[in-house]
Design a protein around this ligand. Structure first.
Ligand SMILES: Cc1ncc(COP(=O)(O)OP(=O)(O)O)c(N)n1
Ligand SMILES: Cc1nc(C(=O)O)sc1CCOP(=O)(O)O
Ligand SMILES: [Mg+2]
Length: 208
């Protein structure tokens, strides 16, 4: 499965909870096509319960639901896909278990990793950190638009730029070959998450 994945991925606030769900509801109502359930430091049951609510919400709204890190949870809640990084199960293993119709995304930081992930069966790549981010600790230095460009030139699957992405930065990322963007703070820390989502979507529409 590839090619037509949505261009705006809204990641849930990793703390989860009601505020995360309210933000998500606003983002999806404003037209966010893809939601990624990203939650850390919780029990499996808490993750499952949260993911189930998000997946049901996405199904009702026609949005694509992707679960970060966990194929088992993605399958259990009927999500469309799973996103995998270097510390998660390998893309090839997940592809083997999930079959051809499950969306599988991988995190790439350079062209070599990107080619390997695509060869292993990734449908799309999350590429970053494009810019400095306060949402996630321990990342390498930002790769900037030039780093995103290098990955986009190396593969033929959609590249989703992530890390410190704002609406203002969308044009320069699309200009270097990104298909779309993934955001946390730009939506979840916005005073008006629906308006922030609309601004991101406008930039994605305008710039291509
Ligand atoms: C679209 C997208 N791209 C990259 C990531 C990062 O995934 P990963 O490297 O597994 O890191 P964590 O998100 O698990 O901290 C992502 N989640 N989404
Ligand atoms: C979850 C995540 N992964 C990244 C990576 O580069 O692997 S950057 C990132 C944080 C995305 O949130 P924000 O839009 O608030 O920067
Ligand atoms: Mg991960």
């Amino acid at each position: 499965m590839s090619g037509m994945i949505g261009r705006l991925h809204v990641l849930t606030d990793p703390r989860g909870g009601r505020a995360a769900l309210a933000t998500l509801a606003a983002a999806v109502a404003a037209g966010a096509p893809v939601v990624q359930v990203r939650r850390k430091h919780c029990t499996d049951r808490e993750l499952y319960d949260f993911a189930e609510v998000v997946a049901d919400f996405c199904a009702a709204a026609g949005a694509t639901c992707i679960v970060n890190d966990r194929l088992d949870v993605a399958l259990a809640v009927g999500a469309a896909g799973t996103h995998l990084g270097a510390h998660d199960l390998p893309v090839a293993a997940v592809r083997k278990m999930a079959g051809p119709d499950h969306l599988v995304g991988g995190t790439a930081r350079n062209p070599r990793q990107a080619r390997e992930l695509v060869a292993a069966g990734a449908d799309y790549l999350g590429v970053g950190p494009a810019y400095a981010t306060t949402t996630k600790l321990g990342l390498p230095d930002p790769i900037g638009p030039a780093g995103v460009a290098a990955v986009a030139a190396a593969v033929d699957v959609p590249v989703i730029a992530i890390g410190g992405v704002t609406a203002e930065r969308v044009p320069e990322l699309l200009a270097v070959g990104a298909w779309g963007v993934a955001v946390t703070a730009a939506v979840s820390e916005a005073a008006d998450p629906a308006a922030a989502t609309e601004r991101l979507l406008q930039q994605l529409d305008r710039a291509r």
